[in-house]
Design a protein around this ligand. Structure first.
Ligand code: DAH
Length: 337
């Protein structure tokens, strides 16, 4: 048996050496190592050997099996390497790669993210509401009566069922107070819509950020401190502010905020940047009626609200001369941010 095993080794290795493709190699493997293969047969034959021969023959058999299986592995690796070489023939590995273009966040999104981060540090949570709103959430609850010019069909996009595209994110104030009780401290960034004539500084859709803070003893000082801190963090410590008395239906008193800051190129002139004020008790009462409780009792809680547009800020900060670039989706524009 020793001799037949030696012969088996020699033929197997010769066969393997002569194989030129993977399929034939697999056939050879089955022929020797398969369940009905020659090596299995040899190990079967071993059972009938005299006891004293078994250890020696067994050892030899193991050697032959190891040699054949090693040669098969080596031959397979060699075939794969050859296939790789063929696949890459003619490819110059020293040429520079083409690289994949990397996307980036839209300048408006970048600004919005920065703004959110600053308000988060002051404990404001993110709130959300639908772009398609009811008149109640956009106007009535915000103390804006039916004859208010903001509700004019010429100024707003109405749907046949009376709903409309929200003209400001202030509707999220209402949505939030319907659901939660004081203390409320939220910001709500999002789209707002108006029937504006479209030009370099106006779009029918723009982006706002709303804020609302309701608790016991919230004062105008809190409002001023919060907004001044926010805009200084966003635009630079040198910013100066002016709170000008103004009118909004949903706040009393109301202010417009002007800012002077080098970051906006307005170090020597005032730039109007936000609207704000103390939540009008009429708004709290509209919410209470809707909720059916007194969670926003104006005798117990006060609040401030504010809203500002992000588009003009982003335009100044990113030196974008025309607001329409923000929505054109022109790759040459977007790739710059
Ligand atoms: N909603 C106003 C607008 O669209 C902005 C605004 C002013 C929001 C005063 C407020 C506020 O929350 O208190 O022009």
């Amino acid at each position: 048996m020793d001799q037949s095993l030696e012969e088996l080794r020699v033929t197997a290795l010769a066969q393997i050496a002569g194989v030129g493709d993977e399929a034939s190699l697999e056939a050879v493997r089955v022929q020797y190592l398969g369940r009905a293969g020659k090596i299995s047969a040899a190990s079967e034959a071993m059972k009938s050997l005299p006891k004293e021969d078994k250890p020696r023959i067994g050892k030899l058999l193991n050697e032959v099996r190891g040699a054949v299986s090693g040669a098969l592995d080596a031959a397979k690796a060699a075939l794969l390497a050859k296939a790789d070489q063929a696949a890459f023939a003619g490819v110059d590995g020293s040429l520079p790669g083409t690289g994949l273009p990397q996307g980036s966040l839209h300048p408006l999104t970048q600004l919005q993210e920065r703004a959110i981060q600053i308000f988060r540090r002051m404990g404001f949570a993110l709130a959300d509401g639908p772009d398609i709103e009811t008149e109640f959430h956009c106007f009535d609850a915000l103390n804006t009566p039916a004859d208010h010019p903001a509700r004019n069909e010429q100024d707003t996009f109405y749907f046949g069922d009376g709903r409309l595209l929200r003209t400001h994110t202030s509707s999220v104030q209402v949505r939030t107070m319907e659901k939660v009780a004081p203390p409320v401290r939220i910001i709500a960034p999002g789209a707002a819509y108006r029937r504006d004539e479209i030009d370099a500084t106006h779009l029918a859709q723009f982006t706002q950020m709303e804020g609302l803070y309701v608790d016991e003893n919230v004062s105008v000082a809190d409002l001023k401190g919060t907004l001044e801190f926010f805009f200084r963090e966003l635009l630079g410590k040198d910013a100066q502010f002016r709170f000008r008395p103004h009118f909004f239906p949903f706040t009393e008193p109301s202010y417009e905020v002007d800012i002077k800051t080098s970051a906006l190129g307005s170090a020597d002139r005032w730039l109007e940047i936000a609207g704000c004020g103390m939540v009008d008790p009429a708004v709290f009462e509209a919410i209470n009626t809707r909720r059916g409780d007194r969670a926003f009792d104006p005798e117990k809680v006060t609040g401030f609200a504010f809203g500002f547009g992000l588009d003009r800020l982003a335009m100044i900060l990113s030196r974008v001369p025309d607001i329409r670039y923000f929505t054109d989706n022109d790759q040459r524009f977007l790739a710059q941010f």
